[in-house]
Write a protein of this length. Structure first.
Length: 499
């Protein structure tokens, strides 16, 4: 495999020879003859067909003014070369370039900046590096990234996939672009008979760059279809969804179904799949149903788009198939979010490797910038997960602190939905929220110009309860002495209980 740097310092002419022991042009400069110029750069390169990593550490010419007004080079331009063994077969390596006073160097025609084919290389600093040596070695592989040539001007999304194990102690991890063939997950999704394909006008500001990117990644292609839907960032598929036979695949309840498994875990890794739905292929016989119209042409999706009514259930089936051997053992998942939990560091490395290899086997990619590795505490699905239990995500707490008093019904519903998501942290939530909930039960009465005191008190009480939410201890139901307390209540019309 051949790679090129985003910015490669290439020699225009060589005033002297530098022996590298490699079959490649030497990296140096010529004629840096102006006062006070200091050029520094650091470059690590693994060259094609080479088993040596060469590093130009420093280039620092220095000058002083002579009696006749000219400048004399007092310190010869020095190249400090470092070498270390590299693995040419693995093709994953680090590169970082620090080039100061670039404009002056270019104006002197000493060096030029060139771009190469293949892949550009950038440095990635993944978060969550543990102090443990094994974890550090595992994550060290994440420091290399390949970004498709020609796209260096935009911020890269880093996708994590597993590479071949070429070490005695730990596996290597490579980062690649999402140019792999997505996994086929769904059979033909059926539409009711007799319905006509819907048509809708398109917006005049459809982003060309989005279509170009999706076309380049083979997510969409031009086609002719009787179905033409309005194109926005998420396609308007309400008409198609109304004709689609619903998939009733269940979604788990977060606090009740997922987190009870975390008891005793001390190490956590959270993974987020890159554009989850887009890693699922649409059946060829269904592609025409996803067609949407733009001023650049009529497109249809080759992968699962956002907005389809069957998408969540289909994607959950995919994740279940991929993670089935690990479910209820050391993995919980919700759509494209995955949490790996373990009791020991060594165990966690084994669990992480197993999940990554399963992703590789099924051609799934992970978005590195949204991942956290081998941490004692991590954010997952709006919660802060640790060995102590569950907490409200601190970012969500900051959001509710600044939440303004609702002025209309459209402001009440989002607030109730937000705090209702965390109702397991608020004792007596239904009773506290009742004054606000009553506002949403009828639309015949106008929203009060000024909220009654009871409703204002309920609003502030819910905010305070969420900001001071306790840690929810994950119950230990494995020991012989495990005890649970059941609290009950009843009225003339209903009964209730809390475990």
């Amino acid at each position: 495999m051949r790679y090129a740097l985003t910015h490669v310092v290439r020699v225009v002419s060589l005033p002297w020879e530098v022996s590298t022991g490699l079959e490649s042009p030497a990296l140096c400069t010529k004629g840096l003859g102006f006062k006070g110029l200091r050029v520094q750069f650091k470059l690590s390169v693994q060259l094609e067909c080479s088993n040596v990593m060469c590093c130009v550490s420093k280039l620092t010419p220095e000058f002083k003014e002579s009696t006749d007004g000219s400048y004399i080079e007092t310190k010869e331009s020095s190249l400090v070369w470092n070498y270390r063994d590299a693995d040419p077969d693995f093709g994953s390596w680090q590169a970082k370039e620090l080039l100061d006073h670039l404009e002056g160097v270019l104006s002197n025609q000493a060096v030029e900046i060139v771009g190469g084919g293949g892949h550009a290389v950038v440095e990635v600093r993944p978060q969550g590096v543990s102090k443990g040596r094994a974890v550090e070695k595992l994550l060290a592989g994440l420091a290399a990234s390949k970004v498709a040539a020609g796209e260096a001007e935009r911020r890269a999304d880093f996708i994590l996939c597993i590479g071949d194990d070429r070490s005695d102690e730990d596996m290597f991890v490579a980062i690649e672009t999402a140019r792999a063939t997505p996994r086929m997950v769904a059979d033909i999704f059926e539409c009711t008979v007799g319905q006509k394909p819907s048509r809708a006008p398109f917006y005049l500001n459809d982003p060309a760059e989005v279509l170009q990117l999706m076309s380049r990644l083979n997510m969409v292609h031009l086609y002719s279809s009787p179905r033409k839907l309005m194109a926005v960032m998420c396609i308007e598929y309400r008409a198609l969804n109304a004709q689609t036979l619903k998939d009733k695949g269940p979604l788990p309840r977060l606090a009740d179904d997922l987190f009870n498994q975390l008891q005793g875990a001390k190490y956590f890794t959270s993974l987020d799949l890159w554009s989850g739905y887009h890693q699922c292929r649409i059946h060829p016989d269904d592609m025409h149903k996803t067609a949407f119209k733009t001023r650049y042409g009529l497109y249809e999706f080759t992968v699962m788009p956002f907005g389809l009514t069957i998408a969540p259930a289909a994607f959950m089936r995919l994740m279940h198939d991929v993670l089935k051997p690990f479910i209820d053992k050391f993995v919980i998942y919700y759509l494209d979010d995955v949490l790996i939990y373990s009791k020991t560091e060594q165990e966690h490395l084994q669990h992480l490797e197993a999940v990554l290899r399963a992703f590789e086997q099924h051609n799934l990619k992970v978005k590195l910038s949204k991942c956290s590795f081998a941490q004692p505490s991590t954010r997952f699905l709006g919660f802060q997960v640790s060995s102590l239990g569950l907490l409200v995500d601190p970012k969500k707490v900051h959001a509710v602190v600044d939440w303004p008093l609702p002025k209309d019904l459209t402001a009440v519903r989002p607030f109730l939905g937000f705090v209702g998501f965390y109702r397991c942290f608020i004792k007596g939530f239904a009773t506290i929220a009742a004054p606000l909930s009553n506002l949403t039960k009828t639309t015949t009465k106008p929203f009060p110009v000024e909220l009654p005191t009871a409703k204002i008190d309920a609003f502030h009480q819910l905010k305070a309860a969420l900001c001071t939410a306790p840690v929810l201890i994950i119950p230990n139901n494995t020991g012989p002495d495990s005890e649970f307390e059941l609290r009950t209540d009843a009225s003339g019309i209903d009964i209730g209980a809390v475990l």
